[in-house]
Structures are given as C-alpha cells and as structure tokens.
Design a protein around this ligand. Structure first.
Ligand code: ADP
Ligand code: MG
Length: 330
C-alpha cells in the first residue's frame, strides 16, 4: 500500500509548488478567511500551510489521510464538482513523499497526526486555537531520484509564489500571506494580500490592484459577457499593460486557476491586432459554466480543462474582449 501511495503521489506532487497548491485548496475548501503559507529552501525542506477554516475532528484525522477518502463528494457525479478537492488523494500522497504533520481543531479539542513514508503514528492531543496547520518536511526524502529533478530553491520558491498568487486571485475574499522561513524564525513575508470585502467584482478589483498594481487595476477594462451558457467575467488590460511573459495572465474555469492552451490562445487572439506575438496582455478572466460543459478531471494537477464546445468559448473570449477594447478606443 505504501508503494501504491508513492506511485500515485508522483502524479499529484511533482514539486513543492504542487504540494502548496493542494494544501491551499484544502484550506479554501475548509472555508478559511485567512491562509498563511510558509516555506524554507524553496519548499524542499519545509512547507507549512495554516488556515482558520472548519478544522478536522481528531477522530477523523486518520480518515483524512486515507486514500480516496474525501469529505467533499459522494463520488456519484464526478462532472459536477463545486470544491477544489474531490479525489481524496492529496494528503495521503503528501504523507507518502514527505514527513507530514497535521494539527487541527474542529468543535472538540485540537489533535495532531504525523505520517512519514506512508506510516501513520497514533493521533495525539495538541494545542491549536482553531483551524488547521499542515506541515510537510523533507519532500521526496525517500525518493532521491525525484529530488534530483527539482530546480534551484529560487525557481521552486518562484513556482510557489505563482501558485499562491493564482489562488489569491481566484479567492479575493480570503487573505493570503506567503513567508520565506529559510533559516528559521518568523522569516520574511514575500507576498501578502488582505481579505477583500464587497461583491466578487469589487473584491477582485481590489485584489488585482494588490497583485498587478494600482495602475493596472485603474486602467483595466471590466468584462461581463454571456453566451449560450458560458459567462465571462473579470478584467482585461489595455494593450499598453502587456508583459513579456504570461505571468500576469490569470485564467479561471469555474473558479479554478487553469493554464489552458485554448484560453491563452483566445486571449492572444483578442489582442492580435494590438500586440506583437511576444507580448502578453495582463488579465484576470473567469469562465463560468454548468460543470457538465467542462471536464476539469483531465489530470490530477487539474490545470488543464476540456470544454465540450471549445469554439464557443474561444468565440466568447475573443469577441467580448475585442468589443471592450473597441469601446475603449482601440
Ligand atoms: P480532497 O481535498 O480531494 O477531499 P485531500 O486528501 O486533499 O482530499 O483531503 C482529504 C480530506 O481531509 C478532505 O476531504 C477534508 O475533509 C480534510 N481536510 C484536508 N485539509 C483540510 C483543512 N485544511 N481543513 C479542514 N479539512 C481538511
Ligand atoms: Mg484536497
């Protein structure tokens, strides 16, 4: 069983940033209003995600760490998913590839469970006022071959930052703090955004300002378009707010950050008349549709999607962005 966990774990956890993604998604699913991510040495020696969400009862901790145990869906309709998690794979995978400690408090007393190499210790009492703290140390210590594939601490830290920013953009009502604790102690805050109030559109605007800068937010074009069951909302930049890299492009499908060729291509297509091929317009755009019209279940890393009608989605993006650009005088 430990071997099966290790093999499956490779699918879910490729690098520190994928562990961060799974843990932050769990915190979001738990209803957290503030999430803190700490990492040391690019996440290779330590990743710690703390939240103020609903917590896990001590008695349920071993279950949370069992393969395919999820509290989120009953498995009857994998196409209709409203939470980030649904596979029940992340925690057991993390427990198979690193030294994992979960400390959590729900209604009752706080409890703690440690797992290393897939071996679980007994649950023991702990001290925690609320929420959950998941600590993952020494990722891939048991699989040196995988360790070798990791990039420099700096590159891995950059990937962690990117994941946290994408999830922060997806959830503007939640406050996020990212801390580099290499060398111990309180460490250094490397990214922070407060929880934003107001409706999603206003909150998103405030978050855009924190992540992409006030200048961008003040000049961004609001987008809100509907076509045959697909809705496109968010903000797109004037062509002058383009970057040499795609780092300022935030795309979401049903609330999930995605890096999808079709969507990137549609965004590029909309700006084709205004930008050279090596420039990328900054944008934060949300495609929302009936979950049955899109498959987010393509890969455990869940960053690619498959639309039933890709042409329709592309058309919606290109035409509504061109329309907004034309209205702004382009
Ligand atoms: P999934 O997210 O697909 O359900 P995970 O392995 O990521 O699977 O988590 C297993 C279960 O552990 C979740 O279904 C949830 O009940 C519980 N859990 C994990 N992280 C948290 C958290 N931060 N707060 C509360 N419950 C959590
Ligand atoms: Mg999960």
């Amino acid at each position: 069983d430990a071997a099966i966990n290790r093999i499956a774990a490779g699918e879910v956890v490729e690098r520190p940033a994928s562990a961060v993604k799974e843990l932050v998604e769990n915190a979001i699913d738990a209803g957290a209003t503030r999430i803190e991510v700490a990492y040391a040495d690019g996440g290779k020696t330590l990743i710690r995600v703390s939240d103020d969400g609903c917590g896990i009862e001590g008695a349920d901790l071993p279950l949370a760490l069992s393969r395919h145990a999820t509290s989120k869906i009953d498995g009857s309709d994998l196409l209709d998913i409203h939470t980030f998690g649904f596979r029940g794979e992340a925690l057991p995978s993390l427990g198979a590839v690193g030294r994992l400690t979960i400390t959590s408090r729900a209604e009752g007393d706080a409890a703690q469970l440690r797992v290393a190499g897939g071996e679980m210790d007994p649950v023991k009492p702990a001290a925690l006022s609320r929420g959950t703290v998941v600590e993952l140390r020494d990722l891939f210590y048991a699989t040196p071959a995988r360790l070798k594939f990791l990039r420099t601490d700096r590159a891995e830290a950059q990937a962690i930052t990117d994941v946290v920013k994408r999830l922060a953009m997806a959830e503007p009502h939640i406050g996020f703090t990212l801390r580099d604790v290499s060398g111990g102690g309180e460490g250094r805050v490397t990214f922070q955004c407060p929880p934003e109030n107001g409706d999603l559109f206003d909150a998103l605007h405030a978050r855009l300002s924190t992540i992409l800068g006030r200048d961008f937010a003040e000049n961004a074009l609001p987008i809100d378009a509907l076509r045959e069951g697909f809705r496109l909302t968010g903000y797109a930049a004037l062509p002058t707010y383009s970057r040499g890299a795609a780092v300022a492009q935030f795309l979401f499908v049903n609330g999930r950050p995605v890096r999808d060729k079709l969507l990137y291509g549609a965004l590029r297509g909309a700006y084709a008349d205004f930008l050279s091929r090596d420039r990328h317009p900054a944008a934060a755009l949300f495609v929302t549709c009936d979950p049955k019209l899109v498959d987010v279940n393509v890969h455990p890393a869940k960053s690619e999607v498959r639309f039933r009608e890709p042409g329709l989605v592309r058309g919606l993006i290109v035409s509504s962005l061109r329309h907004a650009l034309a209205e702004a005088g382009h």
